[in-house]
Design a protein around this ligand. Structure first.
Ligand code: FAD
Length: 403
């Protein structure tokens, strides 16, 4: 088949690299959370970008659906995530300016657990490493300031992260794709990449009805990454998201129930979520959201064959945890949907070049990457551009699994 595009000309930025006989400098495969920002950050640098998305940007079938995502700066998963979260917030703010929408609501967030729990130790480790302005609260102070959090474990403490908040994932992805287009990227929606093959000096990228030659490829296909890179240990897994309403006469808004991660009394697990927000300024509102800790091992689900029906009994476990932790919430879900999480063995992302440096990955969400996604897109772009990384991302190096 013939390449669909002639060598790009007039629509390219004047400082764009010379793509010669290539159709584009870079193909970005998958324009979800990470890929939309990778396309934007590459195009903003003057790279000639071809972005492929198998559905419409902001769709409901990958890892980024569900109206909200928690943002935290004191990242309990790894202290190296703090500068990435802060860079991501700057980029989300840039997208707010370009799109004219509120994508990030800074509400503050509360982590609650025993002092020696992973929640508290991990949060404090990140706070200490970066001198973050967090505040430690006793169980009594938590009950007084945040009455939505009742029934704490005896001895639980809280860590307040004032920079935490809530992101709007679908709108953020659409805004990043629009920003990529505005910087000159060519975006093909409803176009699935079926294969790519490195050869000679570049990479051949195939869709059902066309073939493209590019110099480099960014694989940002989220739950579908293993389709292209079967040696990368990324496991897509179906999960159910649940929303809850306050009981009659009770409150469950963001003042009483700000962004949280907390242990549950008498249970060896944690839950995460946030309170409700009414619709305002043209943006949709949402009920309180509560989800369980996702702790492996995880079955690999086929992302093309996810059961989108939430069956009777599937939400009993989370309802039980809600009843145990939040007396003001009706434990019967007010809303449910399915989503796909993509796990790695160590719970850290996979961002950076593969053994073949023409192929750069951005994914391996492990349930906590949306907040960082704009900055992960920046890291992908820096990797492709051969620039130094703005922050040490060695702990996300996809090649760590090879050894
Ligand atoms: C239930 C749940 C709760 C979460 N909560 C949080 C949270 O509170 N905070 C947080 O920071 N993170 C959270 N996460 C994680 C976060 O939402 C995901 O990590 C992130 O959205 C995944 O982004 P991604 O770019 O890797 O994948 P996606 O956003 O799924 O993007 C991949 C894209 O690639 C496209 N694609 C795939 N294959 C092809 C192909 N062959 N050709 C063209 N396009 C293709 C897909 O259609 C998709 O659009 C949560 C995840 C889940 C599932």
């Amino acid at each position: 088949m013939e390449p669909r595009f002639a060598p790009p000309a007039a629509d390219r930025a004047t400082d764009a690299p010379d793509v010669g006989t290539f159709d584009a400098d870079v193909a970005v495969i998958g324009l979800g959370a990470v890929g939309s920002s990778a396309a934007w950050r590459l195009a903003a640098r003057g790279h000639d970008v071809l972005g492929f998305e198998q559905f419409e940007p902001g769709h409901a079938w990958g890892g980024s659906t569900g109206a909200t995502r928690l943002f935290r700066v004191a990242c309990l998963e790894h202290p190296g995530l703090t500068p990435i979260a802060r860079r991501a917030r700057d980029l989300w703010r840039e997208l707010e300016a370009s799109s004219g929408q509120t994508l990030f609501h800074e509400t503050g967030g509360l982590m609650i657990g025993p002092p020696d729990s992973r929640i508290i130790e991990g949060t404090l480790r990140a706070a200490e490493a970066h001198d973050l302005p967090v505040e430690q609260l006793s169980a009594e102070e938590i009950a007084r300031r945040f009455p939505g959090h009742a029934r704490l474990n005896p001895g639980d403490i809280g860590v307040w992260d004032p920079e935490a908040g809530i992101l709007r994932p679908e709108a953020a992805i659409v805004a990043a794709v629009d920003a990529a287009r505005a910087s000159g990227a060519r975006i093909l929606t409803n176009t699935r990449v079926t294969a790519f093959e490195p050869d000679g000096e570049g990479v051949t990228v195939r869709t059902a009805d066309a073939v493209y030659r590019v110099r480099r490829v960014a694989v940002t296909s989220g739950p579908w990454i293993a389709r292209f890179l079967p040696d990368l240990p990324v496991t897509p897994h179906r999960v159910v998201m649940t929303w809850f309403r306050a009981r009659e006469g009770r409150e469950a808004d963001l003042d009483t129930l700000p962004v949280f991660i907390r242990s549950v009394p008498g249970r060896d697990t944690w839950i995460w979520g946030h309170g409700a927000m009414p619709a305002a300024d043209g943006a949709a509102g949402f009920d309180a959201k509560v989800g369980p800790e996702f702790d492996g091992p995880f079955d690999a689900d086929d992302p093309d064959a996810i059961d989108r029906v939430v069956h009777a009994g599937e939400t009993d476990g989370i309802s039980d945890l809600v009843a145990a932790a939040f007396p003001d919430l009706d434990p019967e879900p007010s809303g449910v949907t399915t989503c796909i999480m993509t796990h790695t063995p160590d719970g850290q992302f996979t961002v950076g070049p593969t053994a073949d440096e023409r192929i750069v990955v951005g994914g391996g969400c492990s349930g906590h990457s949306f907040k960082h996604a704009s900055a992960l897109g920046e890291l992908v772009a820096q990797s492709i551009a051969g620039e130094p990384q703005f922050s040490d991302a060695a702990f996300m190096d996809p090649r760590r699994f090879a050894s």
